[in-house]
Structure formats: C-alpha cells, structure tokens
Design a protein around this ligand. Structure first.
Ligand SMILES: [Cu+2]
Length: 69
C-alpha cells in the first residue's frame, strides 16, 4: 500500500470535492481518498500493484480538474 498527496486545481466547492473523491475512489486499487478544498490537495491510499500515480492523475483530469504530483 502506498500513499500519495496530489495537488488538485480547479476545485471551488464541496461538489468539486465530491467529484474528485468519487473519480479517485473509482480507480481500481484505491482504498482511501481524502480531499481538502482549502489545501487543494487529495491524499490517496492505493495499491501500487493495481494503480499508478498516472492512473490517479488521469482520473482527476478526466473529471475536469488539474492534477499535479
Ligand atoms: Cu464545485
């Protein structure tokens, strides 16, 4: 299990937080997601054997947000 903190740009409300949380939780191998609107960050626990940081970034960008890690 690994934990990564990614910077998420473009979140403006709790609806955005919900969206980012949902798309990250939908990535295979992700076990926990904690998104902070104030910090513009998402902390993700995932299994590196099933998901890559690239998968996480693509999921966030696919939902219309900017992702950096
Ligand atoms: Cu929003």
């Amino acid at each position: 299990m690994a934990t990564v903190t990614m910077t998420v740009g473009g979140m403006t409300c709790m609806g955005c937080v919900d969206s980012v949380t949902r798309v990250l939780q939908a990535v295979k191998g992700v076990s926990a997601v904690q998104v902070s609107l104030e910090k513009a960050q998402a902390q993700v626990d995932y299994d590196p054997a099933l998901a890559s940081t690239d998968d996480l970034r693509v999921a966030v960008e696919g939902a219309g947000f900017d992702a950096a890690l």
